[in-house]
Design a protein around this ligand. Structure first.
Ligand SMILES: NC(=O)c1ccc[n+]([C@@H]2O[C@H](COP(=O)([O-])OP(=O)(O)OC[C@H]3O[C@@H](n4cnc5c(N)ncnc54)[C@H](O)[C@@H]3O)[C@@H](O)[C@H]2O)c1
Length: 326
């Protein structure tokens, strides 16, 4: 069954999704909207019968869409989602879903009023390494977890400006926070320490911290710390989540999983997969069948991950631990 799709925001991540959708049977992207019309026009060139817009209402009124991808920067969320929801169109929105609590709370309320199918771009949940970790954890008791997102500075100009992106923990490391929740359960309390060590001296407009650690209490009694930095030369960092259990250490990474069970007892599973692509396949299946179980992250769940990163920023600001809303 053909699924007619529109895009709002046609920058970096939109192009990732578009490359995936081009390989999915039945996915037809017929409308592109960006503040910068030329970007929407450029994207439209690769798709049959596609039109470009720089106004969301115009796009939604002009084309009959079965789904919308919202690929907006963190500070741009709110209005576009509400326009899509008002028209009852299912959507996939990229993380982070906003910068504060008010915008996502209002969006969730409107989604619930319409009981609308939706997805949030936490693609790690679709990664086979995460699926294997889930299996291992059925037989293991979690003690604690250490997550890390250690890399270089992304090039998008808004990323480095704290009030536009929320900073690295909100913008990027949120993937590890979501993976932590998915594998280890809910977080109840957060304490964060951030620093600006190097990049604010070298990079214009760099107001986001460049190092940070966030310590969390888990509902199951465990603890977790997730640290991030963007000071590293490209290619010299590491991203992942280590989970320490009574059965051994599980290391979940983008390129696979290692399960260290004891001396000379290691399960090593290298994996060459694009989790984004898996996420898009499942979202299109959900649209085609109406079966929401293909979607592993929806707004109602993602807002709980969002709550953690917002609380982390508040804690870093105040120097005090922050308890999460129940
Ligand atoms: N899931 C992932 O792994 C992943 C990876 C990269 C980026 N992202 C997320 O995707 C989002 C976008 O990132 P990006 O790298 O594509 O940014 P980008 O700056 O490359 O693209 C964003 C686009 O949105 C457009 N835009 C801004 N406000 C708009 C509005 N109100 N209406 C229409 N268009 C608007 C901009 O003009 C720009 O073309 C970010 O939140 C980022 O965190 C997710």
């Amino acid at each position: 069954m053909a699924v007619k799709i529109g895009f709002i925001g046609t920058g970096g991540i939109a192009n990732n999704h578009l490359r995936n959708l081009a390989n999915i049977e039945g996915a037809e992207v017929i409308a592109f909207c960006d503040l910068v019309l030329e970007r929407a026009e450029e994207a439209a060139k690769s798709w049959n019968d596609a039109r470009a817009y720089n106004n969301v209402d115009q796009m939604l009124d002009d084309r009959k869409l079965d789904a919308v991808y919202l690929c907006l920067p963190p500070m741009a969320h709110g209005e576009a989602e509400l326009k899509v929801i008002e028209r009852g169109i299912p959507f996939l929105v990229e993380k982070p879903i906003g910068l504060d609590r008010e915008v996502p709370d209002n969006i969730l309320k409107k989604i619930n009023e319409k009981n609308l199918m939706n997805a949030v771009g936490f693609q790690w949940r679709y990664h086979p390494a995460v699926k294997r970790a889930q299996e291992i954890l059925k037989e293991a008791e979690i003690g604690m977890a250490l997550g890390y997102w250690l890399g270089g500075l992304p090039k998008t100009p808004w990323w480095r400006v704290k009030h536009l992106s929320g900073g690295q923990f909100v913008e990027q490391t949120i993937h590890m926070t979501d993976t932590l929740r998915y594998l280890c359960g809910e977080v109840t309390e957060v304490y964060a320490a951030y620093g600006s060590r190097i990049l604010h001296k070298r990079v214009e407009n760099m107001t986001a911290p460049d190092v940070g650690s966030v310590t969390m209490k888990l509902a199951n009694g465990g603890v977790a710390t997730i640290s991030n930095s963007c000071i590293l030369p490209q290619g010299s960092g590491l991203t992942g989540l280590n989970i320490y259990t009574d059965q051994g250490t599980i290391e979940v990474r983008g390129n696979g999983l290692r399960f260290l069970k004891g001396k000379n007892d290691v399960e090593d599973l290298p994996m060459n997969v694009q989790a984004h692509a898996l996420e898009d396949v499942e979202f299109i299946k959900a649209l085609q069948t109406g079966d929401r179980s293909y979607i592993l992250s929806d707004y109602a769940d993602a807002i709980k991950t969002h709550e953690i990163v917002v609380a982390a920023n508040e804690s870093a600001e105040s120097g005090q631990p922050v308890k999460l809303r129940a």
